[in-house]
Every structure is written in structure tokens, then in C-alpha cells.
Design a protein around this ligand. Structure first.
Ligand SMILES: [Zn+2]
Ligand SMILES: [Zn+2]
Length: 164
């Protein structure tokens, strides 16, 4: 058993993972690099980083913007089944002879992607009435708010009547 580590570097396309997310418009191939180090005969450590640019769509105003994603990968893998203690320490059981780093990198990216991407923290979003982008426009909708009691009444009359 040699001590020391093996360096890795490469690109990984993860765009298919986010095909269902409407707020992730495009994710460029990841640039991943790092080191795999044998700690003990069946235990190795993976340390690295994965970076890319993500084009998001703001969940409030729908504007597209690009943000850099920097993810670190720090995992300990075991080739033999984990003890309870190791499970609690979140070691990963990888029975295969050859370690496939892709799933580890993918998971790290999934966990680090913005869950509710906002173009800016204070994004004011779109007006729920007229659809104006309130970051760049003003509208008068909220000045004409209907009295809640009348609002309920108007909803009542909007409900389609069912035939009996
Ligand atoms: Zn926004
Ligand atoms: Zn409006």
C-alpha cells in the first residue's frame, strides 16, 4: 500500500441533473480538481473543489443572471461496510475497486446550488396584479387595494356555478 495521494482534475457536465429546475437556465461544465489520499488500507479521503458558472432565473422577477458556484468536496470513503460509528461520521461505503468521483462531485453541487435563486437579496419581484417588474418600474396596483370584505365578495362571484 503506497501512502501519499493521487491528484485528479477534469471537467464534468452536470446539466442533465437540473433539467427539471426552471430556475436553473444553464450550468456550465464543472471544473473539478483535488486529491485522493489513502488513509488506511480500506479508507481513503477525497479533497477537492468544483467550480462553474450557473445561469439562474430569479424566482421573484424571472430575470436571468449568472453566479459562480464554488463547492468543496471533502469525503471519506470506505471499501468495506461501515461500522455504526463510521456511519455517524458520514463515511461513504464504496465497494467498487475503482472509485468513481462523479457521484460525489454531483452531490456536492446539488447541495450547493441556490435553492431559491434571487437576482439580488432585496429583489422586489413582479407585481402580482399587473406583472410589472418592481425593481425597474412602479405601478399603482397596490394603491388600489380592495377592502378585504369586498375582495371576498368578488371572489364569490368569480366562482363558476355548478349545475344541479
Ligand atoms: Zn429578481
Ligand atoms: Zn401592478
Amino acid at each position: 500500500m503506497k501512502s501519499g495521494g493521487v491528484a485528479f482534475a477534469g471537467t464534468l457536465d452536470v446539466s442533465s441533473l437540473f433539467r427539471n429546475r426552471k430556475d436553473v437556465v444553464h450550468i456550465a461544465p464543472l471544473q473539478a480538481e483535488g486529491m485522493v489520499t489513502m488513509k488506511r488500507p480500506n479508507i481513503c479521503e477525497v479533497n477537492g473543489t468544483a467550480t462553474t458558472n450557473v445561469q439562474y432565473r430569479c424566482v421573484r422577477c424571472l430575470t436571468e443572471f449568472t453566479r459562480r458556484l464554488d463547492t468543496s468536496i471533502d469525503e471519506v470513503l470506505s471499501r468495506v461496510p461501515l461500522t455504526e460509528e463510521q456511519e455517524e461520521a458520514e463515511l461513504i461505503y464504496v465497494p467498487e475497486e475503482a472509485i468513481d468521483l462523479d457521484p460525489l462531485i454531483e452531490q456536492a453541487v446539488v447541495l450547493n446550488l441556490d435553492v431559491q435563486p434571487l437576482c439580488q437579496e432585496e429583489c422586489r419581484g413582479l407585481c402580482s396584479v399587473c406583472g410589472a417588474d418592481l425593481n425597474v418600474a412602479t405601478c399603482v396596483c397596490h394603491e388600489q387595494q380592495v377592502d378585504p370584505r369586498l375582495q371576498a365578495l368578488s371572489q364569490f362571484y368569480d366562482t363558476p356555478k355548478t349545475e344541479h
